[in-house]
Design a protein around this ligand. Structure first.
Ligand code: SF4
Ligand code: SF4
Length: 190
């Protein structure tokens, strides 16, 4: 119970949750975590330090960079139970962003399952290939699995990712919301 409380405390903050998500597919330096989480460096440093104190992540220094990784194996299991049905408060199904697998190209290597921390894929043992199980668990704007797929089997409905995300920012006025969040984070950290 105490163990679960520690983990839930760590993941109850949106920034910490995003940091942990960014680490699901492997170790990252702070310079990679910042663009993924879309938070400022001071905010990320504070939250990484909290996660480290809670025993959720651990770090190592290499030259001038500090690399972080998940140290608690229970995190992946807990994250699989998180509700991904909304994005910035918008119903996730309203946003056309999800992977599709071309079955003819898939070689069944399982990289997509291993690299995605959101339970989007599952392995079809009969066909010996991966398939998409929960398309709307996919994080809007992420296309990591298509980069890791060695067979070029994964695609997304939107050809131009940048243009699509920019159109969402305008449509849902997300820049103003991001500024509100930053202001709120600033006051929360005082
Ligand atoms: S990474 Fe690509 S080739 Fe490998 S299982 Fe997934 S879709 Fe198939
Ligand atoms: S693009 Fe979606 S499905 Fe692929 S790794 Fe990212 S979150 Fe998972």
């Amino acid at each position: 119970m105490r163990e679960s409380l520690r983990i839930f405390k760590a993941l109850s903050d949106e920034t910490r949750l995003k940091i942990v998500e960014s680490l699901l597919n492997g170790e990252k330096c702070v310079c990679e975590i910042i663009p993924f989480t879309k938070r400022t460096q001071p905010t990320i440093s504070i939250q990484l330090s909290k996660l480290e104190n809670l025993g959720i992540v651990e770090s190592r220094r290499e030259g001038k960079s500090v690399y972080y990784r998940i140290s608690d194996p229970k995190i992946r299991k807990i994250l699989s139970k998180i509700d991904f049905s909304r994005w910035w408060g918008i119903g996730r199904k309203e946003i056309e962003w999800y992977p599709t697998i071309d079955e003819d190209k898939c070689i069944g290597c399982g990289m997509c399952i291993t690299t995605c921390g959101r339970g989007v894929f599952e392995f079809d043992k009969d066909k010996n290939k991966s398939k998409v199980k929960n398309p709307y668990n996919c994080m809007v704007g992420c296309d990591n699995c298509s980069i890791y797929c060695p067979a070029g089997a994964i695609s997304f409905p939107q050809k131009d990712r940048r243009e699509f995300i920019q159109s969402l920012l305008k449509k849902y006025n997300l820049i103003a919301k991001a500024r509100e969040n930053i202001t709120k984070e600033g006051s929360d950290e005082k």
